[in-house]
Design a protein around this ligand. Structure first.
Ligand code: MG
Length: 454
């Protein structure tokens, strides 16, 4: 796919991602979908209104009626799409910096469009084979009220409200000025939590922090947790499909540790869980202990979604899946990442024991990363061949879905070319720092020799 990458189309608004482009994407989607009605939603970004207007115009020109949802978390837009059985265009750049924006396409089942469906839209876009309605058949646009309230109500219906409320928890919430600012405070209050917020006003300039929920952007939340009697700190990204946590002492909880804790509570023998090839040893250990299968896909949420759909079609139970960036799926709820829902599932666990105890078994893993630069594609190919030879000569279990991942049972190493830079990245993880270092060094040595010998 040229236009739609693994996370839709993103770019700096009005430079790379223009209203003209969004208009054309919407005309292509309206044509390819052929639906009577399509919804348009957005996050809080300053350019969101401008681009959502372009999307609505494009859809209407193909004769499609448009439901304008306004600002809502991406998972809230997905809930609307599923409830109303209506494809949806979401204007969001998720965790990217404020100047970015993007387009995400959601099917009438509430699930992000699969690669094959994106390709259909893309072909329509590139061929400019747009449906054009006569003037009196162009779509009508209507504003829909109460969509955020309906989303919160739906979340409440699927969370264990009693268990959370009984624990009388205090939550420190940092929605980062994003779409979750307008839904998550009400949701956690309705769950019976006391809620204090930082960066809590919806603001498309993101004055308090950038939308990506990484530790360097979350110092204020850590301080807020430490300064108050808080049970859990929760941070979202710009469109609130991710949740990142701080424990009750203000310590940042690594996304991999939170995923492992949630998976440990969810997985039963015979289940399958799905993650990407850079998955932490923590989830490997949790799946092994539970007697569950762990399936690894190429990096990117579209790949995880596709694999879950395949497994479920085969009758496999996939109760939990996702990546260590706070993007977690509970497919029995919805095949969508939902930061508020993920946080509610975590609060159900925090109701039983402190967050620090909950994630304690998943601390103490050592990660090593190394990069090898290459000059030419010949160099790169020689290095990857060497990685393959190194993998095949090893006793470890090999996964080649995206680079070369060697699973040793207690530890793993992955060599994978960067998608954006002339680098092959090496990742290794083990309980023991020295073991992770040795695995990364061995891979590095095998590949460096190949590059030198080329
Ligand atoms: Mg996001």
């Amino acid at each position: 796919m040229k236009v739609f990458g693994s996370s839709g189309t993103r770019g700096v608004a009005n430079e790379e991602l223009t209203p003209e482009f969004v208009l054309r994407v919407a005309k292509a989607a309206g044509t390819a979908w052929g639906a009577d009605r399509v919804a348009v939603a957005r996050d809080t970004r300053y350019t969101g209104r401008m681009l959502a207007d372009a999307a609505a115009s494009g859809l209407a020109s193909t004769g499609t009626d448009v439901d304008r949802l306004g600002i809502i978390p991406t998972p809230g837009a997905q809930a609307y799409a599923e409830r109303e059985e209506m494809p949806t265009i979401v204007i969001t750049a998720s965790h990217n910096p404020p100047q970015y924006n993007g387009v995400k396409l959601v099917g009438s089942d509430g699930v992000e469009l699969a690669v094959a469906d994106l390709e259909t839209v893309e072909q329509t876009l590139l061929a400019e084979g747009f449906e054009t309605a006569p003037w009196d058949r162009t779509g009508r646009v209507r504003e829909i009220d109460g969509v955020r309230r309906a989303y919160v109500d739906e979340l409440l219906a699927h969370a264990d409200r009693e268990r959370i409320a009984d624990a009388e928890l205090t939550v420190a919430l940092d929605p980062g000025h994003g779409a979750g600012s307008l839904t998550s405070p009400a949701f956690f209050r309705a769950l019976g939590c006391r809620v204090i917020t930082v960066n809590g006003q919806a603001d498309g300039h993101f004055p308090g922090r950038d939308p990506e929920p990484v530790p360097s952007n979350l110092a204020d939340l850590g301080r807020l947790v430490r300064a108050t009697d808080t049970d859990l700190g929760i941070a979202h990204d710009g469109d609130a499909d991710r949740a990142i946590f701080f424990d009750e002492s203000g310590e940042y909880v690594e996304g991999d540790a939170a995923l492992a804790a949630l998976a440990a509570a969810e997985l039963e023998a015979g289940d399958t869980t799905v993650s990407a090839v850079n998955v932490s040893q923590r989830l490997v250990d949790v799946a092994t202990d539970a007697g569950a299968e762990l399936e690894l896909t190429p990096i990117g949420s579209t790949n995880i979604i596709t694999r879950i759909e395949e497994l479920e079609a085969n009758g496999q139970r996939v109760p939990v899946a996702g990546e260590g960036n706070g993007g977690i799926f509970f497919p029995e709820f919805r095949l969508a990442r939902d930061g508020a829902y993920t946080a509610a599932r975590f609060l159900e666990l925090v109701a039983e024991r402190p967050a620090s105890e909950l994630v304690e078994p998943y601390g103490g893993y050592a990660n090593v990363r190394k990069n090898i630069h290459y000059e030419s594609t010949a160099d790169r190919d020689a290095m990857l061949d060497a990685a393959a030879n190194h993998a095949h000569s090893s006793e470890a279990e090999l996964n080649t879905r995206d680079g070369y991942r060697l699973d040793h049972g207690d530890a793993w190493v992955l060599a994978r070319p960067s998608g954006t830079e002339p680098l092959v990245r090496i990742y290794a993880e083990a309980r023991d720092e020295a073991r992770a270092q040795t695995l990364a060094d061995d891979m590095h040595e095998a590949m460096a020799d190949a590059a030198a010998g080329n």
